[in-house]
Write a protein that binds this ligand. Structure first.
Ligand SMILES: *Cc1c(COP(=O)(O)O)cnc(C)c1O
Length: 326
């Protein structure tokens, strides 16, 4: 199961110590996992999930992929790139109205050849079923990737990522105590949790919630728990999961999805100016701010080794240039 991957990116992604930033927060040793450099059309965490989706789509003989997201969806941009590489037709359902000019991720999805459908208020893939039916009438063989690529198959990308991390930790004789990361549709979080248990690591996950609105009638915590239950069975993990294993840190999502505040700006500038690494304002910037808040206020145990899992998102900086220029 975990070997059924179509190769799309450059793995393992680098694991680096943030020497300069560790001096700013001397109670902690800070590391970063560079999934922003995962090697496909500006990188990001979705490449890991897509390796599993594209493999399954091709093995089922599909010729068309549908997925959904926001207009600045990194997931959609990476899906468009994966489809280009695998020779599949890509349809993206993006919330909102068609803008006059394309920018950021939307521009890249367009350049990567995706067929883009603007879906107004339906911003989380509500219209996928209808489009799928239309395409099937045209004799397309359609494979549907859920919103954000978050189901058990997508989560396998991050189960696999934990195996990769474990090998890097062994090589470097390193123990990580906490992993901070942006969690928004749940696949990354569920995959990391399943991977940590499958590969028997002792790491506490710190999933920073990005979007205060859940998925349909579910909270994101519930959606993550559902994937944990499915994965626990499929991977024979001897553990009983409860909602505690799926709970997100909600302290930083109050402004709403895609609303850029001084916090995200501060986080982006701090990492850029200390380590020369660029975050994005929607996901990784918000999550990084959450990590900094924990470090500054000693909300986690002192002298611990802390990893920030960089999930990518670079192109969104250009879309938010007005907010970020100030
Ligand atoms: C999608 C995305 C996330 C969140 O990952 P999920 O698996 O959807 O929770 C985090 N950061 C970036 C940059 C993303 O594009």
């Amino acid at each position: 199961m975990l070997n059924n991957k179509y190769k799309l990116g450059l793995f393992p992604t680098a694991l680096e110590r943030m020497d300069n930033l560790s001096k700013v927060y001397p109670n902690y040793n800070l590391y970063i996992k560079r999934d922003d450099n995962s090697g496909l059309a500006s990188g990001g965490n979705k490449v890991r999930k897509l390796q599993f989706f594209i493999y399954e789509a091709l093995s089922k003989g599909c010729d068309t992929i549908i997925t959904a997201g926001a207009q600045q969806s990194n997931h959609c941009r990476q899906t468009a790139a994966a489809c280009a590489k695998a020779g599949l037709e890509c349809h993206l359902l993006l919330g909102g109205k068609k803008p006059k000019n394309y920018n950021g991720n939307l521009l890249l999805s367009h350049l990567l050849g995706a067929k883009i459908h603007f879906t107004g208020d339906n911003r989380k893939g509500e219209d996928i079923i209808k489009l799928k039916q239309d395409l099937e009438i045209q004799k397309r063989n359609v494979y549907e990737i859920p919103y954000g690529g978050s189901n058990l198959l997508g989560a396998y990308g991050f189960v696999d990522a934990v195996k990769e991390l474990k090998e890097q930790l062994l090589e470097n004789n390193l123990k990580i105590d906490y992993i901070f990361f942006a969690s928004s549709s749940g696949g990354t979080q569920a995959g990391l949790k399943l991977g940590i248990d499958l590969y028997d690591l002792d790491i506490k996950l710190m999933p920073i919630s990005i979007d205060k609105i859940g998925l349909g009638d579910k909270t994101l915590d519930d959606a993550v728990l559902e994937i944990l239950h499915q994965g626990q069975k499929e991977l024979s993990i001897q553990k009983t999961y409860s909602i505690k294993d799926a709970t997100l840190i909600r302290d930083y999502d109050k402004p709403g999805y895609g609303v850029i505040t001084e916090n995200e700006k501060m986080a982006i500038k701090q990492l850029a100016q200390s380590e020369g690494i660029l975050l994005d304002p929607v996901y990784s910037g918000r999550a990084f701010y959450g990590m900094i808040d924990h470090l500054k206020n000693n909300k986690i145990e002192k002298n611990s080794n802390v990893l920030f899992w960089h999930t990518g998102g670079l192109p969104a900086n250009f879309y938010y240039s007005e907010e970020l220029s100030k």
